[in-house]
Design a protein around this ligand. Structure first.
Ligand code: SF4
Length: 279
């Protein structure tokens, strides 16, 4: 059995918090380029250029892509043949978040829901742990901004709503969100499971690289159809009009109860940040 000291996990989480907040992925930059090739609105085109320039400055100067450096959402795939030593995994991740947000000069955005008193160190983090075969641990840090998270929804559709109902709800959600989630967005969709699982599927779908195809041909087709409808809305970059309201729709699906059709829409802004490391 392989031993890993949780101090290594703290260090990785620290570095990933900083990296994710300052270095936008190549897949997102390529998606901006592809959107510029199709954008008809001069203002929309200008904004897409600004977003690319902003990402470049953030990377060069090691400053955050956006002032909202997000809730630290951490996905852990933990090999079942690993023995963690030196402390508690959850506390090790929290400490990594603390250090990352402090050392990286990242805004601390987490507060008490009633008093709104800031926790002061961007903890707690949201941790999703999955035990997998093997003796490696994969950590993905995905900081999530409040503006786009606020526009997300979970709904329990009825089986008779079907695929048509799913399409209608997702497009309507993007329409009602308007400029709030800082478009162009990536629309994460979770279908099936239970109430909470649908939300997790939607969030996880956002980790898929932009430009990649869905391994399920039926979902790939549905993603394309929904994206086409969304980009007919005319909301455009930053909500100022144009074709590029969303860069992609990503869907994850699993079986559901015969009585229900859970659906979650997790909207992600253009600051599509996540970084991963394997230990
Ligand atoms: S929604 Fe995204 S781009 Fe907009 S303020 Fe929040 S993190 Fe920044």
């Amino acid at each position: 059995m392989r031993e890993i000291d949780v101090k290594v996990i703290t260090e990785k989480v620290r570095d990933l918090c900083i990296e994710a907040n300052t270095d936008l992925g190549e897949d997102v930059l390529r998606a901006f380029d592809q959107a510029m090739a199709k954008e008809e609105s001069p203002l929309g085109m200008e904004i897409l250029k600004e977003l690319k320039g902003n990402a470049w400055i953030a990377k060069e100067e090691k400053v955050p892509i956006c002032q909202d450096t997000g809730f630290a959402v951490v996905f852990v795939e933990l090999g079942q043949d690993i023995h963690l030593i030196g402390g508690d995994l959850k506390e090790a991740i929290f400490e990594g978040v603390r250090q990352g947000y402090q050392d990286g000069y990242l805004r601390k955005s987490i507060c008490h829901p009633f008093t709104r008193k800031n926790t002061g160190d961007n903890t707690p983090a949201i941790i999703h742990t999955e035990v997998i075969p093997g003796e490696k641990v994969k950590i993905t840090v995905a900081p999530k901004g409040g503006g786009s998270e606020n526009m997300s929804r979970v709904v329990m559709l009825t089986p008779s709503d079907g695929v048509g109902g799913i399409k209608q709800f997702v497009v309507q959600r993007v329409k009602e969100s308007g400029s709030n989630p800082c478009p162009p967005t990536i629309v994460g969709v979770g279908i099936g499971g239970t109430f909470e699982q649908a939300a997790l599927l939607a969030k996880k779908s956002l980790l898929r690289p932009l430009g990649s195809t869905n391994p399920d041909a039926e979902l790939e087709k549905l993603e394309s159809e929904i994206l086409t409808e969304i980009n007919k809305l005319g909301i455009g970059p930053q909500g100022l009009g144009g074709r590029t309201t969303s860069l992609a729709v990503h869907i994850l699906m699993m079986p559901c109860h015969i009585a229900s059709l859970p659906l979650a829409v997790n909207i992600q802004c253009h600051a599509q940040r996540h970084k991963e490391a394997v230990i």
